[in-house]
Write a protein that binds this ligand. Structure first.
Ligand code: GLU
Length: 446
């Protein structure tokens, strides 16, 4: 890390104690910035890096609600409005017991650069709550969402801050959140949330977009090496939205998907994952992956301890959560001949594991680039809402494919320009950073 960046990192540690995920995300970007700061002294003078690392606004609030037994529950809500140089704050809401300020800041920080890479007009933000939707009834989830939006609504707006989903926030939650926003504000403001239902302002392909986009990015990385996904063995972790639609797209491109997982363990299916069955178990019944193995018959096995990374594969798509793939897992994948790893989740690969992949010459797609298809399609949803002009599935899917191709080209060109060809991590960080930095510089000291 350059000396200035090292000092700034020390200051980040001091001023943001107890936020290891945020430190990790900031460090990764700071480590990449050397070449750009050497090339652009005006950015150093304007202290753009210091400004980018500090959120424009952080909102923390109480969310009181009543469960089905009539007991009062108290959760904590967050929205970190990180950077609006390129557009309204944009990024999902995560409902998971692990959510705290450091997690939201890491996600928001990554979101700035991810959104910049899409080439669209969206700033970076993220939010959520330590509320755990698992095991809660629909009525409890609704009451929680209504309580959450009762505070959050005053900070939102289609030109101000536009949340969407993330872990624990899907179509059901977005529906309840949108309903409460509409009730409180008396405005039918479609562009204030994305991931809406198709009948009321949602965009085709938004549900599928993060997983589809990640597989399209993987295909681009393979194409740059003269290969494609056809016939490749793929391991996917997770079984939420990103995992399901990664599996769907990988299958459509002729790959064979061997695994999925959740926090209880993983499933390996020798015949390849049966996506209809998995969707039934996870999306309709909201059950765990062992139920999939039980119903699938002899080809599938549920493994309670261990990780999908133990299963030999050509391609790995970590699609569950942060830091789920460590150096030991990376070494196992490399030993088993993995060619490409692409992050469907946000920061699922530890820094040490990223190093293992890069040193072994594995194509590695960082989440900022590889999973940007979700938020890019959110921006297409905002465009449709603003123009009151819905698009068809095929048109949005074609736009998504074009965006993912462009992101791959941008990252590859940026890596080449800064002297590290094939390093998509540095390429993504520097291309995203340059776009935000240019806008911040032009807009003055704010
Ligand atoms: N939560 C998603 C992400 O990590 C999507 C955000 C959005 O669509 O605003 O990028």
């Amino acid at each position: 890390m350059a000396t200035g960046a090292e000092q700034l990192y020390e200051e980040i540690l001091r001023r943001n104690p107890g936020e290891p995920e945020f430190h990790q995300a900031a460090r990764e970007v700071l480590e990449s910035l050397g070449p750009v700061l050497a090339e652009r002294p005006e950015l150093v003078e304007a202290r753009i890096v210091e400004r980018i690392c500090e959120p424009e606004r952080q909102i923390i609030f109480r969310v009181p609600w009543q469960d089905d037994a009539g007991r009062v529950q108290v959760n904590r809500g967050f929205r970190v409005e990180y950077n609006s140089a390129l557009g309204p704050y944009k990024g999902g809401l995560r409902f998971h017991p692990s959510v705290n300020l450091g997690i939201v800041k890491f996600l928001g920080f990554e979101q700035i650069f991810k959104n910049a890479l899409t080439g669209l007009g969206i700033g970076g933000g993220k939010g959520g709550s330590d509320f755990d939707p698992r095991g809660r009834s629909d009525a409890e989830v609704m009451r929680f969402c209504q309580a959450f939006m009762t505070e959050l609504h005053r900070h939102l707006g289609e030109h101000t801050d536009v949340p969407a989903g993330d872990i624990g926030v899907g179509g059901r939650e977005i529906g309840y959140l949108f309903g409460q926003y509409r009730r409180i504000t008396n405005r039918w403001e479609g562009g204030v949330l994305t991931g809406k239902g198709l009948g009321w302002g949602g965009s085709p392909v938004r549900t599928e977009a993060t997983g589809y986009g990640n597989v399209l990015f993987t295909a681009e990385m393979l194409r740059a090496r003269g290969e494609d996904l056809h016939g490749q063995q793929v391991v996917v972790s997770g079984s939420g939205n990103v995992a399901l639609y990664s599996i769907e797209k990988a299958l459509a491109l002729g790959a064979n998907v061997l695994t999925c997982s959740d926090s209880s363990g993983y499933v390996v299916d020798e015949k390849g994952i049966d996506l209809d069955l998995l969707k039934q178990v996870k999306e309709v019944e909201r059950a765990r992956v062992d139920v999939y193995a039980e119903r699938r018959g002899s080809s599938a096995r549920f493994v309670a301890d261990g990780q999908v990374w133990d299963v030999p594969a050509d391609v790995a798509l970590p699609s569950a959560t942060q830091n789920e793939l460590d150096a030991d897992a990376a070494l196992t994948l490399v030993r088993n001949g993995v060619k490409a790893v692409s992050e469907g989740a946000n920061m699922p690969t530890t820094p040490e594991a990223v190093r293992v992949f890069q040193e072994a010459g594995v194509a590695f797609g960082p989440g900022k680039a590889a999973n940007a298809g979700g938020v890019a399609t959110s921006a297409l949803e905002m465009r449709q809402n603003a123009g009151r002009e819905p698009l068809g599935f095929a048109q949005v899917e074609a736009e998504l494919a074009g965006i993912m191709r462009d992101i791959h080209t941008t990252c590859a060109a940026s890596a080449e320009h800064y002297g590290c060809p094939g390093d998509y991590v540095t390429g993504a960080n520097l291309a995203g950073f340059n776009r935000v930095a240019d806008a911040m510089l032009a807009q003055g000291l704010i």
